[in-house]
Design a protein around this ligand. Structure first.
Ligand code: PLZ
Length: 445
């Protein structure tokens, strides 16, 4: 078969028009006429190519990618291994429906997930299309396996935009406003948020467990679902000991501990999974995003006896574990293992953290620098206070976009700048990107 992989775009930041350029503006006008207004766009530069650490737009601008399409293209966009595996699979067959006539790629992805996710116990996996769909299925499995209804989630949580996952997501705008009524039996507990609550992990866990115990009751509770590092909620890293204490309480009470690693999984945080940083072994783990290098795939992996609890036909879907997405996922696993991308993520984390803490020392608007691996953020506040400065985050992001950096914001108050570079980005591009960001902070005095 001919090599269909296009050459990676030149690894440079290059601006040849204003951002967005004229062709992007034309496309954006068409977008507004054709696409639902409910689908927002953060930065309307229309992509034609991406790879390494850059994204090239229709006007010929090359932007530094510090977002990875929200933590998806972790191994690099159009990674050559992924592109080749996808091309091979598309040429062989594109779909059969695994529930009708199965294929080995699905089984192999499940074997890889069972091998790579935390814990040495017997595991099974099931494949789905999106993070939200997988979170919903984790809840279905937890309810079926425990015979209990209630689900506990946390302040600042993000789990998706479907009806059940909207109920699980904390933030009203833009995710929930006007979209109710929401699913029942979802309860919210306080998160460990060291920058804002100043609590150690044990104290924060005791506070959460007290709320769960008094407001829900362990006997009613199927699962505690938590992002081990919160994504959309602001890259909130819980204090050390919080996750292990919660997991231990769950184990003692027959409650399933479910890790939503949709954003943190697959080498992103400098471990294969964020739970690995504290040796936490979830009963069920939900993965998506980085799993398949940009193809839509998601999974629930967990203890064999839990995953086997639902009757045959109780889980599934037409496209879940599509063969092309599975081929991509197997290539992603190979890329992570052969290119030592877990170590690369840790290295990126060290580099960014050093730069951002140096900037924080000069700039009191940076209240907190946090995150792990290639998942790093700064929380912006009014100097000397905890008062969120969303306006500054927006101004920095807008200026960064104009200068050819793809940066995202997040956080309950919208005052967090987050950095999720692909692990294929060069140090030179990273350094250039953060030079530009430093200048932006200085210029927005
Ligand atoms: N769980 C932890 O981060 C997706 C969504 C952005 P889907 N996060 C980005 C947006 O505005 O929609 C996410 C996540 C965590 C679940 C999800 C949902 O994953 O693949 O978007 O359904």
């Amino acid at each position: 078969m001919p090599d269909l992989t296009p050459p990676a775009p030149p690894q440079e930041r290059r601006l040849v028009t204003a951002i967005p350029g004229p062709r992007s503006l034309e496309l954006q006008a068409r977008k507004e006429a054709a696409v639902s207004g409910g689908i927002g766009v953060m930065l309307p530069v229309y992509a034609v190519a991406a790879g390494g650490g850059v994204l090239v737009d229709v006007d010929g601008n090359s932007l530094i990618d510090l977002g990875s399409g929200i933590a998806v293209t972790t191994v690099g966009n159009a990674h050559p291994r992924v592109a080749a595996a996808v091309a091979r699979q598309v040429a062989a067959f594109t779909h059969t429906c695994f529930m009708v006539t199965p294929y080995d790629g699905y089984v192999e992805v499940c074997e890889a997930l069972n091998r790579l996710t935390p814990g040495e116990h017997a595991k099974r996996s099931a494949l789905f299309n999106s993070g939200a769909e997988a979170v919903e299925n984790a809840v279905k499995i937890a309810r079926h396996a425990t015979g209990r209804d209630a689900v506990v989630v946390f302040d600042h949580a993000y789990h998706g935009r479907t009806n059940l996952t909207m109920a699980m997501t904390a933030k009203n705008m833009p995710y929930k406003d006007g979209f109710g009524p929401f699913a029942a039996e979802v309860y919210r507990a306080p998160m460990s948020y060291p920058f804002r609550d100043g609590c150690d992990g044990a104290t924060a866990a005791a506070r959460a467990i007290d709320v769960i115990d008094k407001q829900v009751g362990a006997a009613n509770l199927a699962a505690v679902v938590i992002e081990p590092i919160q994504g959309e909620g602001g890259f909130v890293v819980p204090a050390d000991g919080f996750l292990p204490a919660l997991a231990a309480w769950c184990r003692a009470n027959g409650v399933l501990f479910v890790a939503d690693e949709v954003q943190t999984g697959f080498a992103r945080t400098g471990e294969l999974f964020a739970c690995d940083h504290e040796g936490v072994v979830p009963d069920l783990i939900v993965t998506a995003k980085g799993i398949a290098g940009g193809l839509p795939l998601a999974a629930v992996t967990g203890r064999a006896e839990l995953m086997d609890a639902p009757h045959a036909g109780g889980l599934g879907g037409t496209y879940g574990g599509n063969p092309v997405a599975c081929a991509a996922a197997l290539a992603v696993v190979e890329a992570i293992e052969t290119e030592d991308l877990v170590a690369r993520a840790a290295g990126i984390g060290a580099r960014l953290t050093a730069r951002l803490t140096a900037l924080q020392a000069r700039d009191p608007r940076i209240g907190d620098v946090r995150g792990r691996g290639a998942m790093i953020a700064v929380e912006l506040v009014r100097p000397g206070t905890l008062e969120p400065d969303a306006d500054l985050a927006k101004r920095v992001a807008t200026a960064a976009h104009a200068q050819g950096l793809i940066v995202l914001t997040c956080g309950t108050w919208g005052n967090v700048l987050r950095f999720l570079p692909p692990l294929s980005i060069s140090d030179a591009l990273l350094d250039e990107g953060f030079d530009v960001l430093e200048e932006i902070f200085a210029s927005l005095a």
